[in-house]
Write a protein that binds this ligand. Structure first.
Ligand SMILES: Nc1ncnc2c1ncn2[C@@H]1O[C@H](COP(=O)(O)OP(=O)(O)OP(=O)(O)O)[C@@H](O)[C@H]1O
Ligand SMILES: [Mg+2]
Length: 604
């Protein structure tokens, strides 16, 4: 709530202006009701009677004829209508426009928070669910927390003004009519609880639907190759049907409200009419007063109905408010202060453990690893051994559950994760290629890099050819209108990005598994060139990459294997020959390891 008030603050002036328009709008509605009685009276009696409680026409009535009074009233009505229209326009521009702006601001803030949450949060919630919160839920919050309260204020003020007219005309009749009000309130309150529950159910299933669709659409190649299109559609339809069930419930509940309220309103009206008839007959109530009262009562119906609807919008939005608030309450990662200097000598992991939440077993345990500037370390091991987990910890994406990270000997385990991330570059298996120009892709981590630097970086990673083929740094890459790049090129692009950031620790997660022999050879050559002033960790299965490393660390069931068990040859990668093999797996630097030996695949 506090956050919402903060969002409202910059719009104070507009909101105040809007409320002034609302007051004017309510006053004009009341004036319509107020004028109806005398107007009818003048019309029916040819001006001999009427005006009654209307000061202005009475002044006229003494010395003007009826038609002049009627013309005067017609002009007054036009003025009133103009005023009412302007007030309506003003509140729409000032309040409804502001509601949209606040919705936009809220969406930006939710996204700002979302991208700053720790990784664990993204593992627990699917992308679809997060997108639903960002788009659908934020929209509903805007409706429930800004638009509906505006409607409440508008209709509430109008209802109060009309009620005021009714009271002035006949307090007794107004009281009789108001008997129905508590009942109407009760119906609205009861129904809105059901509406909120239904809205919650719908949002849950819509999020699941979005999750399923995002997973399938991101892996559309596999979906097609498995011929699974019908199954995906069926899965989506299943979630959609559940959402539909809740939607129906919500619609039905919301629609029951007018039914109940209308019957009650009609009953109250009937009662009032009977009572009014008796009062008029006994002369206790002037007919023109009754007409004004009745007009006010009839005009009350619309705002009261709208009030009920606004209450239900707020009730349906409450489920979304919860979903957005839960997100906003998650603690963000601490912001980086940017005080970690570039690596001088070595980045060490000491006794590092990491356990995924909800998992009983540590994914990595007691890992000691030193990444030294000037050396390439290959990380090998069977699937599920914990290589990617270790990479995440080394890149500062995950915090170690236990153990220490040492940066040139200084413990940095408790520093904000952004510090380490700023100094370590990750090159994933499928690096990010933005649907943007080549230049923008390169500047992703180094927005201020000059054109010359970009060309140098491309040249350093051997992508001059790509630059020539694309025809310049402004060429657009990416899936829609852009030109494609291969996985190998994308990886070298990611390395170029890292070079532009000036980081001295490079971490590559299985870079060669999607590469052909030629691309792999180029990658090996690149690592050879970079190793002089970088510390490099590369998760590798391929003999070529392993042969290129100064040291091979073998990970099994989350631990660094003290030595390779040659009996396990079947599950271990084919290591390059002879002495390198046992030395390589000892987890210690070795002078024997063949540096930048040409990969076997490429040699023949
Ligand atoms: N999000 C997760 N939640 C729970 N456990 C996980 C999660 N991700 C990985 N694990 C578990 O952690 C262990 C290590 O996984 P990791 O992805 O690090 O292995 P890996 O060595 O990279 O395997 P691969 O060679 O197949 O990529 C595995 O037992 C895996 O099941
Ligand atoms: Mg992995």
């Amino acid at each position: 709530m506090k956050g919402l008030l903060r969002l409202l603050r910059p719009h104070r002036a507009r909101l105040l202006g809007g409320v002034a328009c609302l007051l004017l709008l309510a006053a004009t509605s009341a004036a319509y009701a107020y004028l109806t009685g005398p107007l009818l009276q003048v019309l029916l009696t040819g001006g001999r009677q009427g005006g009654g409680y209307l000061p202005l026409p009475r002044l006229w009535l003494g010395n003007t004829d009826a038609s002049a009074v009627l013309v005067g009233m017609a002009i007054a009505l036009c003025g009133l209508a103009l005023l009412k229209g302007l007030a309506h326009l003003g509140q729409a521009l000032l309040l409804e426009g502001t509601a949209e702006r606040i919705g936009h601001r809220l969406r930006v803030e939710v996204y700002d928070h979302l991208v700053r949450l720790p990784l664990g949060w993204y593992r627990r919630s699917g992308v679809g669910d997060l997108l639903t919160r960002l788009l659908d839920d934020v929209q509903r919050v805007q409706e429930a927390a800004v638009a509906a309260p505006i409607a409440l204020a508008r209709e509430g003020l109008a209802a109060l003004a009309l009620l005021g007219v009714a009271l002035v005309m006949s307090p007794a009749l107004t009281l009789a009519a108001a008997l129905a009000l508590p009942l109407v309130g009760l119906v609205i309150a009861l129904l809105s609880r059901g509406v909120k529950r239904a809205a919650r159910g719908r949002q849950r299933h819509m999020a699941a639907l979005a999750d399923r669709a995002t997973v399938a659409l991101s892996a559309i190649r596999e979906v097609k190759s498995s011929g699974a299109e019908p199954r995906e559609v069926a899965a989506l339809a299943r979630e959609g049907r559940e959402a539909l069930r809740w939607s129906w419930r919500r619609i039905a509940l919301r629609a029951v409200a007018p039914l109940a309220n209308e019957v009650m309103a009609a009953a109250a009206l009937g009662l009032t009419l009977v009572y009014a008839g008796a009062q008029i007959a006994s002369g206790a109530l002037a007919a023109e007063r009754f007409v004004s009262f009745f007009a006010a009562l009839l005009m009350l119906y619309r705002p009261v109905k709208a009030l009920g609807q606004a209450v239900h919008v707020i009730a349906s939005g409450a489920a979304s408010v919860e979903r957005v608030v839960v997100l906003l309450q998650q603690p963000r990662e601490a912001p980086s202060e940017g005080t970690l200097p570039p690596l001088g000598r070595a980045f060490e992991l000491r006794g590092v453990c990491f356990t995924y939440e909800g998992s009983a077993r540590a994914a990595i345990r007691d890992v000691d690893l030193s990444l030294d500037v000037g050396a390439v370390v290959a990380l090998a091991g069977p699937s599920g051994a914990g290589k990617s987990t270790l990479v995440s910890v080394a890149c500062g994406l995950e915090r170690p559950g236990a153990g220490a990270l040492l940066w040139d000997g200084e413990a940095i385990t408790d520093r904000p994760p952004g510090e380490l991330r700023a100094r370590v570059a990750l090159v994933p298996q499928q690096p990010l290629v933005l649907p943007a120009s080549l230049g923008e892709n390169l500047r992703y981590g180094a927005p201020t890099a000059g054109e010359e630097q970009l060309r140098e970086a491309l040249s350093a990673v051997g992508l001059d050819e790509l630059l020539a083929r694309l025809g310049g740094l402004d060429a657009v890459l990416g899936p829609r209108d852009g030109q494609g790049v291969s996985v190998g090129e994308a990886q070298r692009l990611a390395v170029a990005r890292a070079l532009l950031r000036g980081v001295r620790v490079l971490v590559l997660d299985e870079p060669s598994s999607a590469l052909d022999a030629g691309s792999e050879r180029r990658l090996v050559e690149l690592l050879g060139r970079l190793r002089r002033d970088h510390a490099i960790l590369v998760v590798a299965h391929s003999p070529a990459l392993i042969a290129a490393a100064d040291r091979v660390v073998w990970l099994r069931e989350g631990r660094i294997a003290p030595d390779v068990d040659l009996g396990d040859e079947a599950e271990s990668p084919a290591l390059p020959g002879g002495g390198a093999r046992s030395a390589a797996c000892a987890g210690r630097p070795t002078e024997l390891a063949p540096i930048l030996a040409p990969p076997r695949g490429a040699a023949g």
